[in-house]
Design a protein around this ligand. Structure first.
Ligand SMILES: C[S@@+](CC[C@H](N)C(=O)[O-])C[C@H]1O[C@@H](n2cnc3c(N)ncnc32)[C@H](O)[C@@H]1O
Length: 365
């Protein structure tokens, strides 16, 4: 089913990329290519009608996210968001990149009257339609925005949204730095590397060849949000590392990955528009972007530690055995527990956030 659907989109997306290549003089930096592959209207991966989120490939989905895996994720998270609403005296949740609407639906149920308004910002028009169907029961409480207003008061949440933001690819080869971009050779897309002044945020020890990413868009997103967030807090959950680990000399192949049918591959130039393209998050860059724009870091820790601090084990104790097995994947080290991290920010004045009560790793950023 999914392949038939995808095949129908393959040509239009290549036509859009051809046109962009032509306008750019034949070479597209990777971040611009990634933006088209994911968000080109109607045909980009997040803009087309493919299912994307789900637990099994048989459903036509490509990958699973925490809210799709277990409703206990949102129930634990709601403890943190509820506390943040109370501490900041706000009554709005702002979700960025709401996907299928699963997290929104579960959070609205869990937070009840503590939320007066649930605002969703998502780049994808098709996902927005899906969210509208899924959240119909919550009626007038939910509102969709296509751009940010000048001021925001509320608690912001983004699960796996930072990893979906386009990154620049840079590589060191024989001691010189290049930016990696995309060219068209005959029918095929290929890499072409051009000399660049771009550098990773920290020096990479050694002389070996080294490929990595720079997260200009993710940092700009956090800086803009920080600028607008007058009162409230923000929490981002995603896979990634602090910069010392991200730009570790041994991580020489970068972190860009594609996901399709619950299989991962490292080649974004094939099946364009039919698979997700992601990069891990440089949480130090995200923390600095927030701090430079006036936010305070409330905490930074692993997803497992965050959810355990918020009472996930107690929630699991009263769940059925199959539900418990799914929820365990949220905290197992070899699944989402350790690779996924949570960073929290406060807009004005820090407070002790329950999710970071034990095992805060802010000092590693
Ligand atoms: C990997 S999906 C995660 C969906 C959902 N949060 C979940 O956990 O299932 C990434 C989502 O982020 C959205 N997105 C990417 N960049 C965005 C941005 N700058 N603003 C708002 N949404 C964005 C995509 O359209 C998509 O819905």
């Amino acid at each position: 089913m999914k392949q038939e659907h995808g095949a129908a989109h393959a040509d239009p997306i290549h036509r859009i990329i051809d046109a962009s290549l032509a306008r750019a003089g034949g070479w597209l930096p990777f971040d611009r290519f990634m933006a088209l592959a994911l968000y080109a209207p109607q045909v980009g991966y997040y803009a087309n009608a493919g299912r994307k989120f789900g637990t099994m490939p048989a459903s036509g989905s490509d990958f699973v996210t925490a809210p799709e895996l277990s409703p206990l994720f949102a129930q634990a998270l709601s403890v943190q968001l509820g506390e943040a609403l109370e501490r900041t005296g706000t009554d709005e949740i702002w979700e960025f990149g709401a996907g299928s609407g699963a997290l929104a639906s579960q959070l609205l149920d869990a937070l009840g009257d503590r939320v007066a308004r649930y605002r969703i910002v998502d780049l994808s028009a098709t996902l927005r339609e899906r969210q509208q169907v899924r959240l119909a029961a919550h009626g007038g409480k939910v509102e969709w925005l296509s751009e940010l207003p000048p001021t925001i008061e509320g608690v912001v949440i983004g699960n796996e949204v930072l990893d979906a933001m386009p990154v620049q690819l840079i590589l060191r080869r024989q001691g010189s730095w290049f930016e990696r971009g995309v060219i068209q050779v005959g029918e095929r897309l290929q890499w072409e590397d051009r000399p660049t002044l771009l550098r990773p945020p920290i020096d990479i020890e050694g002389e070996h060849d080294y490929l990595t990413e720079i997260h200009v868009q993710g940092r700009a997103f956090v800086a803009t949000l920080a600028d607008r967030l007058e009162r409230g807090a923000a929490f981002f959950i995603d896979y990634g590392f602090p910069e010392a680990e991200y730009f570790h000399p041994q991580r020489a192949m970068g972190t860009v990955m594609c996901h399709r049918g619950h299989q991962a591959d490292a080649d974004p130039l094939t099946d364009v528009g039919l698979k997700d393209i992601t990069a891990h998050v440089d949480f130090t860059g995200i923390a600095l972007a927030g701090q430079d724009a006036g936010l305070e870091v409330l905490g930074y820790t692993s997803q497992a530690r965050f959810l355990l601090n918020l009472g996930l084990l107690e929630l699991m104790a009263s769940a059925s055995v199959p539900e418990r097995a799914m929820a365990a994947r949220l905290i197992h080290e070899h699944e989402m527990g350790e690779l996924f991290k949570v960073i929290g920010f406060a807009a004005s004045g820090s407070w002790d956030a329950a999710g970071f009560a034990e095992g805060d790793r802010s000092h590693t950023l």
